[in-house]
Design a protein around this ligand. Structure first.
Ligand code: PLP
Length: 351
């Protein structure tokens, strides 16, 4: 740390993303990326004409992308905003809807970036313990007195909260904002997008990183009432109105319109998730019920940390979290069948 860093950031613990090692090629099941390439149109839309247009700033209102997304999800352009990954939109939401009087409220076991965004914005946060089985107890969020952030399905557990339960939370918090992070909803989960018409306090955040195989393009989006979206736009325009580059806008529009490829990829992930769950259950693993493109699993015969290390030494990367409640588990991204078979072979070798 330099002697110039603002005092308010001196104790900030930054977010540590999953490893992206370059030393050798791994079976990479640690950061919930898709094992499939992006839709064909994504590759085809990058012509030399498009590249030459990079001399101009990108479209700050993402016109083509907005039209494509609105067409697929049946919302108006005033109901949607785009970001440089959904992380950026979440960051906007912390800035826009939390302050000294309005803390951020989220489960104790959830996406690690929420705490970092709260700390970066000097916002108090209330971490609400999940039940012993890692489910959300909706009663804990009644008149919560702050801005609620819920990843649904949750990460790293993969467990889904029913939309009817989210409605209970929305009903009980009409004067504060509820942000539902649906990064993983496309793998068999139930979306809350439909509720954004009914609740003016709901924001639904989504990403192209997982189900649309575009993690490297950095594209996230959110739905909500025109007023909430306007607030997020204010924060965006006060940060960087050119937050989604020209290539990403085009690739996003091409991706979202290829519904058939999207269906095929997400179905393959769901099938592979069942496949891996069965293989691990047979090997005495305890696997949490997942609606995401990953599973959270523990073995009675090896600790989470050791399993992570042993797998890594055999060329398979998974994610381990040292937090006490979940240190016995590893999070495994659902890859291709071939990748999962390599993982299972490595596990058989270890255990
Ligand atoms: C729950 C959750 N939300 C949001 C994100 C951010 O995704 P991105 O910024 O790639 O859209 C992630 C990434 O892993 C996540 O796990």
């Amino acid at each position: 740390m330099s002697r110039f860093l603002s005092k308010r950031l001196s104790s900030l613990k930054e977010y540590v993303p999953g490893e992206q090692p370059k030393d050798k090629s791994y079976v990479k099941l640690n950061t919930n990326e898709s094992p499939f390439p992006p839709a064909k149109g994504v590759i085809d839309c990058i012509s030399s004409g498009v590249l030459s247009d990079l001399k101009l700033y990108c479209d700050p209102v993402c016109s083509k992308l907005t039209e494509a997304v609105c067409g697929i999800y049946g919302v108006g352009p005033e109901n949607v905003i785009f970001g440089n990954g959904s992380d950026e939109i979440l960051s906007f939401a912390f800035t826009a809807f939390c302050d000294k009087q309005t803390p951020a409220i989220f489960p104790d076991i959830t996406y690690g970036f929420y705490k970092v965004f709260a700390d970066l914005n000097c916002i108090d946060c209330k971490e609400v313990p999940l039940c012993d089985d890692f489910t959300v107890r909706t009663e804990d969020y009644m008149r919560a007195g702050g801005t609620i952030f819920i990843a649904n399905p949750n990460a790293p557990t993969g467990i889904m909260l029913a939309v009817s339960d989210i409605e209970k939370i929305l009903d009980a918090n009409k004067d504060t904002v509820v942000v539902i992070d649906e990064a993983y909803v496309d793998f068999g989960g139930e979306s809350c997008i439909g509720l954004t018409e009914k609740y003016d306090n709901l924001i639904v955040v989504r990403t192209f990183s997982k189900s649309r195989s575009l993690a490297g393009a950095r594209l996230g989006y959110a739905f909500g009432s025109p007023e909430l979206i306007r607030d997020l736009q204010t924060v965006r325009n006060s940060n960087n109105p050119y937050n989604v580059n020209t290539l990403t806008q085009l690739m996003g529009a091409a991706s979202v319109t290829d519904t058939e490829y999207f269906r095929k990829c997400t179905e393959a992930i769901m099938e592979n998730r069942e496949y891996l769950t069965k293989k691990l259950t047979k090997r005495n693993f305890d696997v949490l019920p997942s609606k995401a493109n990953f599973i959270f699993a523990r073995s009675a015969s090896i600790s989470g940390a050791k399993l992570y290390e042993e797998l890594k030494s055999r060329g398979v990367l998974v994610r381990h979290f040292s937090k006490d409640r979940i240190k016995d588990y590893v999070r495994i991204t659902i890859g291709s069948r071939e990748e999962l078979d390599k993982l299972v072979m490595a596990i058989d070798d270890i255990i």
